[in-house]
Design a protein around this ligand. Structure first.
Ligand SMILES: *Cc1c(COP(=O)(O)O)cnc(C)c1O
Length: 471
């Protein structure tokens, strides 16, 4: 490159790496993320600029480069897994981590972070069993004889099928050929995030036998399909869609009857599973775990972090013998959950046992929030913003979400931001600290107080004010 080469002259304007390192150090970023991470980011930024300049772009001013590098480092220091304010109005929002936890649940998980009695029996000093910590409470709440906890409901279904396919309820010799699980064609569902019932079934080593049609399946279809290798009748809740019109499924009680007659197991994946009566909260019906246990399913499986409102977990509960088989199956070792999950789940279950779910569990607080309180909060947001033009309160709907109660909404009032490009506004709200997540409806940004804990009202107001002023 000759001195008269314009790109060469521009390249020489690039700041040196150690200058940027010093700036990062002054901003406290070296202390926060470490020397290596800072240097890697600085080198990458300089390489990127060098390439742009060679391609003909002018070199930015040194202050601009420094500001950009520090901005990038600041984002890296914050990490990628961050707290956000959920103003979407979707209560169990999968992308936002499903159920937020109660204060007591968080405290229990914090306490369990150190050494615990995870597998120690204090009375004897002998090795204990991690499954005892939630079992008694789960049994009281669901009416089940026994219960076990794994990492999520997908794991619970996999474990239930793997364990129960090994033998008939009366016990028997190994099969020649894979065991069979019978399921209705109307329940071969995909839940989202890649959970497909047929795929999970295959992983359990079983062969799937589909019966009935998409819209109508009868008890007789199950009876006709039972063969010498059949081990399990499976029922799966259609968590995220609804069938209407000319539809039929046999009842769980019917499946249990067929299973008892033919020496088979019944596994019932209820998805969310609820311990509370959803209808009492103005929601549609969702399978209640106690009812499904009462109907006689050998194993009922459901998530800990959907309508239960606790940490991510999968719960299996039902008959003693079926739970025993699940517990001692080799997959249990791979699917079991850790001490903090068990501690958090126990604390969330305690809210249910004390009958205070609606007051203490954030998911149920949001579901049961009174309409007039939501309206008052939305109005207070507008007032705190100084009632600017293009900002108003509108009637809208919140959803329960997270693969529960499809199509069911709760009436709400939301803050509507009608000025400017909604996508740009939404992006500016995501850029706030903490990020505020809203949604677009009818071409405007909506922020729903239902899913925002009242303590975060000032955070929302600050973020909206900044976003409206272009910040
Ligand atoms: C949500 C859901 C699952 C998956 O549960 P995870 O806890 O996400 O693993 C499985 N089955 C049904 C019916 C569901 O609704």
């Amino acid at each position: 490159m000759t001195p008269s080469d314009p790109a060469g002259a521009e390249l020489r304007k690039l700041p040196r790496a150690d200058r940027l390192l010093e700036a990062a150090d002054r901003a406290g970023l070296v202390r926060r993320i470490g020397h290596e991470a800072v240097m890697a980011a600085v080198r990458e930024e300089l390489d990127r600029l060098r390439e742009a300049v060679r391609a003909g772009s002018p070199c930015p001013e040194p202050e601009v480069i420094e500001r950009d590098v520090l901005g990038r480092l600041e984002r890296e220091a914050r990490g990628t897994l961050r707290r956000v304010v959920n103003a979407t109005g979707v209560v169990v929002h999968t992308n936002l981590g499903r159920a937020p936890l109660s204060d007591e649940t968080v405290e229990a998980m914090r306490q369990a972070a150190g050494y615990t009695t995870l597998e120690l029996d204090l009375a004897t000093g002998e090795r204990g069993d991690r499954h005892v910590h939630c079992e008694a409470s789960l049994c009281r709440l669901t009416g089940a004889e026994a219960a076990a906890v794994v990492n999520n409901n997908a794991a619970a279904v996999l474990l239930a099928l793997s364990a129960l396919c090994e033998a008939r309820p009366s016990g028997d010799a190994p099969l020649d050929g894979p065991p069979e699980v019978i399921v209705s064609r109307g329940q071969l569902v995909e839940i989202g995030g890649g959970f497909r019932v047929p795929d999970v079934l295959r992983r359990s080593g079983a062969t799937l036998v589909e019966v009935g049609t998409t819209n109508r399946t009868y008890r007789g279809d199950f009876e006709d399909a039972v063969g010498p290798r059949t081990r399990v009748l499976l029922s799966v809740h259609r968590s995220n869609f609804r069938q209407e019109g000319f539809v039929h499924e046999p009842s769980l009680a019917d499946l249990v009857e067929v299973a008892r007659e033919r020496d088979l197991w019944v596994v019932d994946d209820v998805g969310s599973g609820t311990l509370l009566d959803t209808a009492a909260f103005g929601l549609g019906p969702e399978p209640s775990v106690p009812e499904r246990v009462r109907a006689g399913a050998d194993l009922v499986t459901f998530s800990g972090d959907k309508l239960l409102g606790g940490p991510q977990a999968g719960i299996l509960c039902g008959r003693r013998e079926a739970v025993r088989r699940a517990r001692r199956h080799p997959l249990m070792r791979a699917l079991r959950c850790d001490k903090s999950t068990l501690a958090g789940l126990a604390a969330t279950l305690a809210h249910h046992e004390r009958g205070e779910a609606a007051e203490k569990i954030p998911v149920w607080q949001a579901i049961s929030a009174r309409p007039e309180v939501i309206l008052a909060r939305a109005r207070a947001w507008v007032a705190a913003l100084g009632d600017p033009p293009g900002v108003k309160v509108v009637a809208s709907e919140s959803a329960v979400g997270g693969g529960s109660l499809p199509g069911v909404t709760l009436p709400t009032h939301a803050l509507a931001l009608e000025a400017g490009d909604p996508d740009a506004l939404l992006a500016r709200l995501r850029g706030a600290d903490p990020p505020v997540i809203g949604r677009i409806e009818d071409g405007r940004v909506l922020l729903d107080p239902r899913t925002v804990p009242p303590g975060e009202d000032p955070v929302v107001v600050r973020a909206v004010a900044a976003a409206l002023s272009g910040g």
